[in-house]
Design a protein around this ligand. Structure first.
Ligand code: AMP
Ligand code: MG
Length: 510
């Protein structure tokens, strides 16, 4: 074995695999080979993600790496397949979908858990329907960056391992070029994977899938709260409870950073509570309560302020699939009834930290709502509004006021927050070395990112990538992995978007 000094492998063939999804019955997928890109070039590889599966930085530069992650060669030890699932799209039952342009290469045994590796854009599968199985450079760069940006924010997400490009033409509104992004997740099973078997009235397959997911990812659900072995109904209810809880926390995370997913269809909802499928997503610049980031979402179904309730709607679709195995609607509903309180509690906890409040009180909701309303009415920048609150706590309210047209209204709101802070003193002992205001402000900076993946930043990286230049991707990754700490020289990445940013349209076209 060639192990580099770091204990990481230089050679892909040294990875250890355990292809557990491929061990499910063959009705769950189709085995097939990807259609590789011609004359592929590695635009970027992610050393941090590679380390999770035991690969060294050197491995990323190898010929074998490029061949595997351009879809030209199978992953050594892998078992390539496309999975089937169904789903509700924009609230309507869409029937069978599946990995129309994704190939699961295999599941690598990592040091701290297993990771499935999946190519996105490596050609048609039996689930491609009208699609070409390809992904364009533009959307691949966006997915690659967003995965790592989310990770940097501490929000559960799929990761991205590699971005491979080529000159192969892909027809969208215009002719673009093809790319493949390799994603990593412990599992890519979605709510729609369960809906698939329930809708086809195949309870045995549904049970197989439920058992697979519980055994691998939710083994604690096999026990009752008192430590006895749960029966099937008990295990499934606990499983639904845990998925509900994780989904509620994920929504709180998204809302707290002004993230819009854009396509919260049930086939894009991870059963592990991860952010999954980065398409027409957006981190809001100007705050708008009902901001719609997906140009194709004409009804605003997935607007920012609707995300938490849409997630619950999606959980209802999951629960009704599980009803096949647990025919007790009241019990399933009782689990989902906990969602709202879980979400609100998690959201308030996050917003309290962002506002520099140590202990949330029910009255704080009015304070938060009045800020959001002010931001909405005055089109204030989401990220900078929160970031500059810490400066205000340090005594510099100018920057915060600058974000609002009506500076006096902004200042008046800030004075309410300052009064609230006065009732929420920083403990004496922690304030020993530093002024209490400084301690509070530092804590606020640690949760209010300065750098987020604004659309125009992604766009700049895409433009450079089209010229074969990955330096913007590299710069953004450096900033977004540590988004809370200001880096001298990178002021423009934290600034308000330029005028041209308003003209960027992101849609389902990818
Ligand atoms: P999405 O909502 O973008 O996650 O995709 C919904 C469904 O369409 C999934 O089954 C995808 O695999 C499939 N799909 C999206 N784009 C393509 C494409 N270019 N070729 C084949 N299938 C696609
Ligand atoms: Mg999808």
């Amino acid at each position: 074995m060639t192990l580099s000094t770091s204990g990481l492998h230089d050679d892909l063939s040294q990875l250890r695999l355990d292809n557990s999804f491929a061990a499910l019955p063959s009705t769950f997928y189709t085995r097939l080979q990807p259609q590789g890109l011609t004359q592929p070039r590695l635009l970027h590889a992610n050393e941090q993600a590679a380390a999770l599966i035991g690969l060294s930085p050197r491995a990323l530069q190898s010929e074998a790496f490029l061949r595997v992650f351009s879809g030209q060669q199978p992953l050594p030890g892998g078992d390539t397949l496309a999975a089937v699932y169904s789903g509700h799209q924009f609230g309507v039952w869409a029937g069978q979908l599946g990995d129309g342009r994704a190939h699961l290469l295999g599941e690598v045994i990592g040091l701290e858990g297993n990771w499935e590796l999946q190519l996105k854009g490596a050609g048609m599968t039996p689930y491609s329907r009208m699609g070409d199985g390809r992904a364009v450079l533009r959307s691949s760069v966006r997915e690659y960056l967003a995965s790592e940006a989310m990770y940097g924010l501490g929000i559960p997400t799929t990761r991205a391992l590699a971005l491979v490009v080529s000159d192969d033409p892909v027809q969208r509104e215009t002719v673009e070029t093809a790319a493949i992004v390799t994603r990593m997740a412990p599992s890519f099973v979605r709510f729609g994977s369960f809906e698939h078997w329930a809708s086809r009235k195949q309870p045995d397959e549904l049970r197989t899938l439920v058992n697979y997911v519980i055994d691998r990812f939710y083994p604690e659900c096999r026990q009752t709260p008192t430590g006895e072995t749960a029966d099937e109904k008990g295990a499934i209810l606990r499983f639904l409870d845990e998925v509900t809880r994780r989904t509620a926390l994920l929504m709180a995370d998204w809302q707290a950073v002004g993230f819009c997913h854009g396509v919260m269809n049930t086939d894009n909802m991870s059963i592990l509570g991860l952010t999954l499928d980065y398409g027409p997503y957006g981190f809001m610049d100007t705050f708008q309560l009902d901001h719609i980031c997906n140009h194709s979402d004409t009804q605003g179904r997935y607007a920012w302020n609707r995300q938490p309730s849409v997630a619950l709607w999606n959980l209802y679709r999951l629960a009704s699939s599980l009803h096949t195995l647990v025919p007790d609607g009241d019990a399933l509903r009782a689990v989902l009834d906990r969602y709202e309180a879980q979400f609100i509690q998690a959201f308030h906890a996050r917003m309290a930290k962002k506002l520099g409040i140590q202990h949330w009180r029910p009255e704080d909701e009015a304070l938060l709502d009045s800020l959001l309303k002010l931001m909405h009415d005055q089109r204030a920048d989401f990220t900078l509004t929160f970031r500059r609150l810490a400066d205000a706590v340090r005594g510099q309210t100018q920057g915060f006021q600058d974000l609002f047209i009506d500076r006096a209204a902004a200042q008046a709101w800030y004075e309410q927050l300052a009064a609230r802070h006065a009732e929420d003193p920083i403990a004496e002992e922690s304030a020993a070395d530093d002024a209490p205001a400084q301690i509070r402000a530092n804590a606020m900076d640690a949760v209010n990112p300065l750098y987020v993946l604004r659309n125009h930043l992604a766009e700049q990286a895409i433009r450079a990538a089209k010229e074969g230049d990955a330096s913007e991707i590299e710069t953004l990754l450096t900033l977004l992995r540590d988004p809370y700490r200001a880096k001298p020289g990178y002021e423009s990445y934290a600034a308000l978007p330029p005028d041209w940013a308003g003209g960027i349209e992101v849609s389902c076209s990818s």
